[in-house]
Design a binder for this molecule. Sequence first.
Ligand code: 13P
Ligand code: SF4
Length: 317
Amino acid sequence: MVEYTGVKTCNYTEESNMENIIDRIKQLKKQKNAVILAHNYQISEVQDIADFVGDSFALSKKAKEIDCDVIVFCGVHFMAESAKVLSPEKTVLLPARDAGCPMADMVSVDDVEKLRQQHPDAAVVCYVNSSAEVKAVSDVCCTSSNAVKVVQSLAQHKIIFIPDENLGNYIAQQIPDKEIILFDGYCTTHKRVKAEEVDAARKMLPHAKVLIHPECTPDVVGKADFAGSTAQIIDYAARSKDKEFIIGTEQGVLHWLQKHYPEKKFYLLSQKLICPNMKKTTLKDVLNSLENMSYEIKLEQELIRKAYGSLNRMLQV
Ligand code: 13P
Ligand code: SF4
């Protein structure tokens, strides 16, 4: 486990080359009335060029409210898709075409339909890490920031939660009076962390607080001082009087934390906490995206209408 020191993640042959890219991005943003949204898990240079950096929930809200013609979404495919659903009149671009989320690909419309047949009295809550098609056949969407609130708000006792089994487990523990039907999807990055790594980290830094994302397995989450979504982890570290934190979520969050709270020290719980898909977008991709208006997210009107229902219900909660 090493302290985060803000190392550059891209290789630019010359510093000036990177500055040229940044200048060009800024010019094109103005010309095209574009806004850059970046998830907290993006590489540091991309976070630094973005107009807004946030977790899935904050970015969904921004995508809906923001006044612009073009959204450049630096994240993974389902996030850009959600932005398009919430703001269909805007052009939404995903700079790295192949940046997907393996968890989102684990659940299909067929899976949801089978689960509905098995549990006709249950409500279907889908984690935002899912395709627009899956959102369209779900009752309501949620992110890790508001999952407990969303499930609590439902009248139904039985809840089918897709696709993340670990987040579903976490919700079930928080709301024991609901019956949560779990699906066997998972985050390929958070799931790799082992409970022994938490023990080893605590041994090395006994005074540090351990903050863990509920996409990790229950035995890992059970060892945390605080379990919460990306935004909740940031908020905890910001408000805490403690000075050292072991962060159990994707590495990109440490860039934001170190930048905003330089008087505190942040350590990544495990080197496995790097999502390869979240790291695909480079500054060159952002520039290419604005120059060529690529890669545009296009969705059928009917799909947008149906998926909007479950995303908007979440925003209302
Ligand atoms: P949040 O941004 O909701 O914490 O989601 C975590 C995640 O894994 C996004 O891909
Ligand atoms: Fe998907 Fe996990 Fe990567 Fe998030 S961190 S995009 S859930 S694989």
